[in-house]
Design a protein around this ligand. Structure first.
Ligand code: NAD
Length: 477
């Protein structure tokens, strides 16, 4: 068969083990969700390669974990500078494999975020605490690295989430083996290659797998030489990670799915909040764990909020991620596209389509807003993880809080009001890890982020997030 010229030229990416590029006997193709073109070939990790990566990380841990804090900081800061140096290259690769546009809240924004997180995390530290120092004795609380950390990432923000996992692990003296999603491995393979130009060999290793031949994520969760798993992905897989890591009592940070609610109070200016509401729901095409996935609006402003949202949504340019004019791109993969399509088809029979509602070409799905739904409808109670927002009308704010809380998930939530004190009091009744007022999904490297209920275990970011990569040792002198 004659290959198209770009297919002949599509690069073969390598894994990084012990600081060296590693080829594998088999590769799998990664295609651009915007146009189906072959972007590159990702290595299919064998069990032997995986075991070798863990062994190298274990060997590197012996010296890395003994480095003084200032050296760990300097190495992490050097990684951050290297990512910044390669920002445009990484952004283009990310757009080609993930689909998100270069612009808007797309890949340049994601790489910028990765650099900001890496830089901030480099500057954090967890100094020893003296708990008691008197004539009865001295008690010191020390934070020690855990060992080899296994990182498993999803396909929605592959580079930023890799940085969220890797930097705090390295900063606290652990070594890492990372396994990106089979949908978006290329930008992570390249990221790790770049980071390895300034790191000692074996400290940061990367393997990739299509999940069809060997399930490396499952092998990672069970591996006896791995001390901690940091996992970002779906609730279902998170539960499997928990099960398979139980035997070796691994430390776990699980950032799982969400079904975040937004509650709009009757005192808002609908036009003023439309932009924030839209991006709260449609950031990264809705493929964001803490995107607003259901919107409860008070009956007094219901029609005006619907109208203002639709007007804003209608102006968003959707197109090929590499087109500088695109602000939203395609859905990342067929499985997610089919999920969104079927939830919308069902919701169309029960609610009122305000905009969108019909699939576009290929993997393109226009921003879709459907009003007049209720908590019983699957688009409301399941995680759509795509560009479709359901709106539900309510009469009484206590009823809206109860509806928002009636979910197995508890990642984020938002309250929209001009009365900040009332919004804060509603926030305290919401069962979720983060609550935003007059915005949704804004995260920062200095504020811990994590889910309650089935949205996860533990937090990332800030000192609290950093502490999750350590064991406490108390020394009584
Ligand atoms: P997924 O659970 O399908 O896959 C996540 C990762 O797990 C992939 O790397 C996959 O290869 C790996 N994996 C597959 N089987 C495994 C197993 N048995 N053991 C260990 N690892 C295994 O999730 P996804 O589809 O890539 O991502 C979408 C989901 O992730 C959504 O539910 C979303 O809400 C959630 N998410 C959460 C956050 C957060 O911070 N809370 C962030 C991004 C995405």
């Amino acid at each position: 068969m004659e290959l198209m010229s770009e297919e002949r030229e599509a690069p073969y990416f390598t894994m990084t083990i012990d600081g060296k590029p590693v080829d594998t006997p088999a590769y799998f193709e990664i295609r651009n969700p915007s146009n189906g073109e072959l972007v590159g070939n990702a290595p299919e990790c064998t069990t032997e390669h995986f075991d070798a990566a863990v062994a190298c990380a274990g060997k590197a841990f012996k010296s890395w974990s003994l480095l003084p804090d200032s050296e760990l900081e300097a190495y992490c800061s050097a990684v951050s500078s290297k990512i910044a140096e390669h920002a445009e290259e990484l952004a283009e690769l990310l757009t080609k494999e993930q689909g998100k546009p270069l612009n808007g809240l797309g890949s340049r924004w994601e790489i910028g975020g990765a650099v900001a997180w890496a830089q901030y995390t480099s500057g954090l530290s967890l100094p020893m605490k003296v708990l008691q120092d008197n004539n009865e004795g001295r008690i010191e609380l020390r934070r020690k690295p855990i060992g080899v950390v296994g990182s498993i990432t999803p396909w929605n923000f592959p580079v930023m989430i890799a940085v969220w996992h890797v930097l705090p692990a390295l900063r606290t003296g652990n070594t890492v083996v990372i396994k990106p999603s089979p949908h978006t491995p290329l930008s992570t393979l390249r990221l790790v290659e770049i980071a390895n130009t300034v790191l000692p060999p074996g400290v940061l290793n990367c393997v990739s797998s299509s999940d069809t031949k060997a399930n490396i994520g499952a092998a990672m969760s069970a591996h006896p030489e791995i001390g901690k798993i940091v996992f970002t992905g779906s609730c279902a897989t998170g539960k499997r990670v928990m099960q398979s890591s139980a035997e070796t009592m691994k430390r776990l940070t699980l950032e799982l799915g969400g079904n975040d609610a937004g509650i709009v109070l009757p005192d808002v200016d609908p036009v003023a909040i439309a932009e924030g509401l839209f991006w709260g729901g449609f950031i990264n095409n809705g493929q964001t764990c803490a995107a607003m996935k259901r919107l409860y609006v008070h009956e007094a402003v219901y029609e005006q909020v619907c109208e203002a949202l639709v007007e804003f949504a209608g102006e968003i340019p959707l197109g090929d991620g590499m087109d500088e004019a695109s602000v939203l791109g395609p859905v990342q993969n067929q499985m997610q596209f089919d999920k969104v399509s079927s939830l919308v088809e069902d919701a169309k029979r029960k609610g009122r389509v305000l905009i969108g509602g019909e699939p576009g070409e290929g993997l393109f799905y226009p921003p879709t807003i459907i009003a007049d739904l209720s908590n019983e409808d699957p688009l409301v109670h399941e995680e759509q993880f795509g560009p479709a927002l359901p709106i539900i009308k309510y009469q009484d704010v206590e009823q809206a809080i109860a509806l928002a809380n009636s979910s197995e998930n508890g990642l984020g939530g938002s309250v929209w009001s001009n009365d900040i004190e009332q919004a804060k009091s509603i926030a305290s009744k919401m069962e979720c890890g983060s609550v935003w007022i007059n915005k949704h999904g804004a995260i920062q490297p200095n504020a811990p982020f994590g889910g309650v209920k089935q949205s996860g275990l533990g937090v990332e970011f800030g000192e609290e997030g950093l502490a999750e990569y350590t064991n406490i040792q108390v020394v009584f002198a």
